[in-house]
Design a binder for this molecule. Sequence first.
Ligand code: 5AD
Length: 354
Amino acid sequence: MEALLDQLVERNELDQEELVCLLQQLKTGSRDRLFHLAVQTRKLHYSETVYLRGLIEFSSFCRQDCLYCGLRRSNTEAERYRLTEAEIMECAEEGYRLGYRSFVLQSGEDAYYTEARLIRIVTGIRRRCPGAAITLSVGERSEGFYRALFEAGADRYLLRHETASRPLYQSLHPGMSYDNRMECLRVLKSIGYQVGTGFMVGLPGQTLSHLAEDLLLLKKLQPHMIGIGPFIPHSRTPLGEMQGGTVDDTLVMLALARLLVPDALMPATTAMGTLDPLGREKALQAGCNVVMPILSPLRVRRKYALYENKICMGDEAALCRDCIEMRIAASGYRIELSRGDHCSYKERPRKYQS
Ligand code: 5AD
């Protein structure tokens, strides 16, 4: 294991077979050195800084039917909601007053939010929240849509690949196409977005070999942001009775992702905090450097249930921030509310500046 880890750090590269071998060894052996190396690597690019992003979950309607997700369209028991344009902007404004300069607008794949509506929202947030970065996470759309929203001032886009294994991807995403997912990621990057991708750990049928593929895909795509979280079964989905992923297995994947893409911005996900009260802190100790407190209005929080027992359902935006800040500072990090761009990011041409 030591030799493989050395090789990974020196060349930040391993092939599929070596990665599987390393993952096998990490299942039983000590992970301390891996986590230490991941933390060292993060420090090289971002020192002790942890970036906060205000997350606005603005619609729980979804046209897709992903087998793992509580928002899948076949889940007729899911309560659906949409925030109005005014409500979304109020959320961002409240976050702005609290100091946030980075917002993530996330929803199910909801056709109600057309290009025109989202352009109005992005433009409105840019006007009311000067200097803030805007990240969209609204699923697979056309190239024209992605371009128009970038022109309107969206800076970043999150679209997890979910799993790099084509057969596993196809079995979990009825009616969707692996190739289209990859094409969306390629197009987003070519337009100039800072792009985030990532996957779930512990999906039913997922093997170490699949996880090695996920890591190699990250290495190939070189995303600016990487989101990795454990799969958490939702009782109202076809995978409700399956085993979920574990915090420990996810930590290993986070640390390896950090070594393979050393300068990525990596969130300690809510899913980690849901499985373990200290899950997000542990993720920071495995190389993560972003936390995303939820800014959505309290009355809709529970309804954005990708999985059950999600944390942070009762805390107002201000409280949520205090709680997270305390936790992060207690772990020895420095909190930043700034835009938190990727370290390679160059300023946009003036036309896009607030
Ligand atoms: N458990 C964990 N993560 C999930 N996601 C969706 N459903 C679940 C679940 N049951 C993740 C997907 C998606 C992101 C927004 O949430 O990876 O891209």
